[in-house]
Design a binder for this molecule. Structure first.
Ligand code: GAR
Length: 208
């Protein structure tokens, strides 16, 4: 088992509520580690401010010419910054670009993502809205290992959220996010404690 000095890097593009949940779980000792670096591809993303308020280094990577990915040179720069900070796990927290080889290769098997649906259902953007439009009665959220492809990779934890008849996209997303804030720190704890074993497409949780 790894110690309390487990080093986490967080990548986010927006509000950063999942980032905040991870910072808080570290501060409370629920995750036996600390967030040592936050990177964002959006210059004024609120996640930066959340990090700085807690004394966590936050840096902007960009600007990028693309919308859905970063240039390889920018990904290499991000990988270098994360490596230099001694990061052992990268947590994507509302990071809205597809991660490509330079960054993914540097953290193969050591990058997690949270997604607001029960994958493999509703990958991509605004998954809560996709669920609502489809008429689904149940949706939820997923934490998974990142691999090439959008919102794919071995699933670590999932939890259901019921869709209510009077839900709006906002109300449904809000309830899903509350659950994300529980299962994401939990998945990171399991990783940090060496309790996740990937067996083909299946992630086994070894809690002894
Ligand atoms: C979260 O709901 C996260 O699951 C979603 O973006 C939101 C970011 O919120 N991510 C994706 O849709 C990735 N495909 P946050 O910035 O408040 O954590």
């Amino acid at each position: 088992m790894r110690g309390g000095d487990f080093r986490i890097g967080v990548l986010g593009s927006g509000n950063g509520s999942n980032g905040e949940a991870i910072f808080e779980a570290c501060a409370r000792g629920r995750i036996p580690g600390q967030v040592v670096l936050v990177l964002t591809d959006v210059a004024d993303a609120f996640i930066q401010e959340r990090a700085q308020r807690r004394g966590i280094e936050a840096r902007f990577i960009g600007p990028s010419r693309f919308k859905t990915k970063l240039e390889p040179e920018l990904e290499e720069q991000a990988a270098r910054m994360l490596r230099d900070a001694g990061v052992q796990l990268v947590a994507l927290a509302g990071y809205m670009r597809v991660v490509k080889a330079p960054l993914l290769g540097a953290f193969a098997g050591r990058m997690l993502n949270v997604h607001p649906s029960l994958l493999p259902k509703f990958p991509g953007l605004r998954a809560w809205e996709q669920a609502l439009m489809s008429g689904a009665k149940v949706t939820g959220c997923t934490v998974h290992f990142v691999e090439e492809g959008v919102d794919s990779g071995p699933i670590i934890l999932q939890r259901e959220v019921a869709v209510r008849d009077d839900d709006t996209p906002e109300s449904l997303h809000e309830r899903i996010q509350r659950v994300e804030h529980e299962i994401y720190p939990e998945a990171i704890r399991l990783f940090a404690e060496g309790k996740l074993k990937i067996d083909g497409r299946t992630v086994r949780i070894i809690e002894s």
